[in-house]
Design a protein around this ligand. Structure first.
Ligand code: ATP
Length: 435
């Protein structure tokens, strides 16, 4: 950009010093020719008139960054982010600045937020630095690391309701393990997993754990987001490691939570690392190169609609089960489970379970916790502990808002308008939109 234009803009501003568009143009021209300090002066002038203007602040941070004034740039960008946490351009600039300051840990954290806002964001410079800095680190799961292996003590009796799901697990997962010969005699193939989906807190994880307890097997629980370190390049290795650990610890229930995090349709994934991870997952699931006998795979998701259809093929997650909020009878069972062993008066479970329509298992657990806290508070005052009563729990129910309804707002739309081959009929039935 030529100097003449800059001079013209300066002249024009002499006559109209309050014309912010002109001043913005001047600042931008100065920035373009690398006169960052002068551009900053103009941006500051503009900010005097329109303080907190995020676009101007962002341009100014960029100037500070390019002028090598990193600490000032960090102060301004942090201020900018405090005004708007989801400004991707500010977050990217912040990431660059943190890399420059060698604060890699925080840079990864901030870059993660950029990728949440835009999962397909790619920046060669940033990716190069963060990848290199992490590719030398050890995989997150080592052979010796027993931390992820549990031997749960809970069984199906600790899970209230969910009768249909328990039956499916019994038939598809537990029985083949107990009677492999019978299955072989009828030529029934063993294998494949069950995918549980539904609103949060309705017992998907709890049931998976109880499945392991039921057959006295080991239990490995994996949050897909924990291994989905796209820019680290370790994810596939981690995933393989997890399956291998399960294979060495047969029988083992391998539970994958947040499985939708793997879900973006493979063709949509611009980042090849994401695609590779899905392929790796599918081939581990298929047991192509290794034997999966004795490994019982359960998956859970709150967003089944984000799942790649390839996951649903036979031998993979070929049973997909809706885990609804508990019905009135199941709520009674769940309340009994969570009140077990607590000092109680005679409780009217019937009236309690009717009063907590739409509550999830987790909500019911929270209700019991709230009631107990109330009792403790009371006991501290009086010095005398008294047993929980029906009205204590009713009071706690009133204090708690059920957490399942938000999920149904979204689910309803998918069930009504993206219900391929009746996949979400159970949601429609739950919502009384289908018989
Ligand atoms: P998210 O989708 O958020 O992962 P989730 O469906 O996996 O949720 P859980 O983590 O299994 O839900 O449930 C949270 C807690 O709620 C459990 O640890 C358990 O204490 C209680 N809970 C949920 N459902 C039941 C149930 N059917 N019986 C007994 N307790 C339950």
């Amino acid at each position: 950009m030529d100097i003449n234009r800059i001079n013209d803009l300066r002249d024009a501003l002499l006559y109209s010093p309050d014309n912010l568009s002109l001043r913005k143009m001047l600042a931008s021209e100065l920035k373009n020719i690398g006169s960052y300090d002068e551009a900053i002066v103009e941006y500051k002038e503009i900010l005097k008139k329109i303080p907190d203007n995020q676009e101007i602040m962002l341009s100014m941070v960029d100037c500070y960054y390019k002028a090598g004034r990193y600490s000032t740039a960090i102060v301004v960008v942090e201020n900018l982010i405090s005004m708007n946490e989801d400004n991707p351009e500010a977050l990217v600039l912040y990431t660059r600045l943190l890399i420059h300051e060698n604060n890699i840990e925080k840079a990864i954290q901030i870059y993660q937020r950029v990728l949440i806002i835009d999962p397909f964001f790619v920046d060669d410079d940033i990716d190069a630095v963060l990848r290199i800095s992490n590719s030398v680190s050890e995989p997150e799961f080592s052979d010796e690391d027993p931390v992820f292996i549990e031997r749960p003590s809970i069984t199906f009796s600790s899970v209230g309701g969910m009768e249909q799901v328990k039956k499916e697990i019994e038939l598809k997962i537990i029985a083949p393990l107990k009677h492999p010969d019978l299955y072989a005699a009828y030529g029934k193939k063993i294998g494949g997993g069950i995918l549980l989906y539904g609103p949060p807190g309705c017992g998907k994880t709890h049931l998976a754990k109880a499945t392991a307890g039921q057959i006295d097997s080991k239990f490995i629980s994996v949050g897909i987001n924990d291994i989905l370190d796209m820019w680290m390049g370790n994810s596939e290795k981690n995933l393989h490691q997890i399956f291998e650990t399960a294979r060495r610890n047969k029988p083992c229930v391998l539970f994958f939570d947040e499985i939708d995090a793997l879900g973006a349709s493979r063709s949509d994934m611009r980042q090849s690392s994401g695609k590779q991870l899905i392929n790796q997952f599918l081939s581990e699931l298929d047991g192509i190169t290794s034997d999966n006998e004795g490994i019982l795979v359960l998956g859970a998701t709150n967003a089944p609609w984000h799942l790649d259809a390839a996951f649903r093929r036979p031998g993979r997650f070929d049973r997909i089960i809706f885990v609804s909020p508990p019905d009135v009878k199941s709520r009674e069972e769940i309340l009994k489970i969570h009140l077990q062993g607590k000092p109680l008066e005679k409780i009217s479970y019937d009236s309690l379970s009717k009063a907590c329509d739409k509550f999830s298992g987790a909500d019911l657990k929270a209700v019991v916790d709230i009631a107990i806290e109330g009792k403790l508070e009371e006991a501290m005052k009086t010095g005398v502990p008294s047993p929980l009563s029906t009205s204590d729990i009713l009071k706690a129910i009133k204090k708690h808002v059920p957490s399942t309804q938000e999920w149904f707002v979204k689910a309803r739309n998918y069930a009504l308008y993206a219900n391929d081959s009746g996949l979400y009929d159970d949601i429609l039935r739950y919502l009384n939109l289908k018989k």
